[in-house]
Ligand binder design. Sequence first.
Ligand code: HSE
Length: 432
Amino acid sequence: MKEVGLGILGFGTVGAGVVEGLQKNGDLLAERTGLRLALRAIADVDLERDRGVSVDRSILTQDAAAVVEDPSIDVVVELIGGTTVARDLTLKALALGKPVVTANKALLAEYGDEIYDAARKHGADLFFEASVGGGIPIIRALREGLAGNRITQICGILNGTCNYILTRMEDDLLPFDQVLAEAQEAGYAEAEPSLDVDGLDTAHKAVVLAAQAFGCSVRMSDVLLEGIRDIDAMDIEYASELGYRIKLLAVLKAGDAAIEVRVHPALVPHGHMLASVGGVYNAVLVTGDVVGETLYYGRGAGREPTASAVIGDIADAARNRAAQTPGRVPAFVPLQDTPALRPTDAVRTRYYLRLSLKDAPGMFGHVADILGAHGISIASVVQKEVRSGEYVPVVILTHQAEEGAFHAALREIDALPEVGAPTVRYRIEDFD
Ligand code: HSE
């Protein structure tokens, strides 16, 4: 049987999972691909740590560049992460015409133009299924299964850490800081959690999805980005009473006039499929103009799911290498008629607003006047009988209006003497 030589760069959690998966299902992969996937080198700075898998020590090296250059390595698997060494090695491999399999969403989100361009220029495959949604084959669905569709919308829960924290906050009515601390203790959250909780990881994934779905290059700075760090359990509770769950969503929309890419906490109706995605799970709802709605669900992170995605990519890269058909499914296909990005102020959503309002006659009238003057229509109002000094929480759900109108209205509202604290606001996604 023909052999395809694999070189893994980065022997961390995912690297060890890939080695284990290849060992476990090597025969199955050989049957399926007609190829023997031969692991010939693993590069890492630390060659001593026990990763819980047994490997022949002779294939371990600290020289990642030598692995890339080694003529016996046919497929390079980049699992180092980050955007420095990983970028250099990825570009080096592609320049040699070698296929690269990577899980690196940050690299693709920050340097996608350069990396996609290098793959195209050198006629080399670039696979990155593990970069979004862990074990969920969402990239392959967009690239291949849904190729006959214009993608109109993607809504995703793409960060397991945030979804776990929000689920626990709701289930146990606990504050963010306490749940984060417990999640760190249990290994569900990183010691340095900002990449996850500030929404950057989700934004990286949204940028990767936008390239696949809309054929356009979106910069990180183009993404409307808000994380979950400031979410108060009180709002999770009020949202729940009103029939919503708060989720960190990536929302990508393509209309005739503009596209939008945003990542922020949003109220999702209890009855919607995404509302029932709990804990560390991920889910992606993709709408195409031919297929309609499709939903992808599964474990979005962790050693085994991520390894599953990487191994699937390795199989594809090996098949293309053996059949000499690299680039059969290009990494990125720019589409000519993709509309421009919608300016943030013109994005239209509904809003949940929680005001801290003095409990006295006529107070709400001032707020309603300001919202009305900015063209924002109120859908419902609830005043809670919970006091914080002389102020009470008043929750307003609005109809759709533009971000710019909300910002202007909230500036005026928060300057009113009867408003005791900055208004808390979350967007509502109704999926219509
Ligand atoms: N830290 C991510 C998550 C997984 O919690 O989903 C890697 O993207």
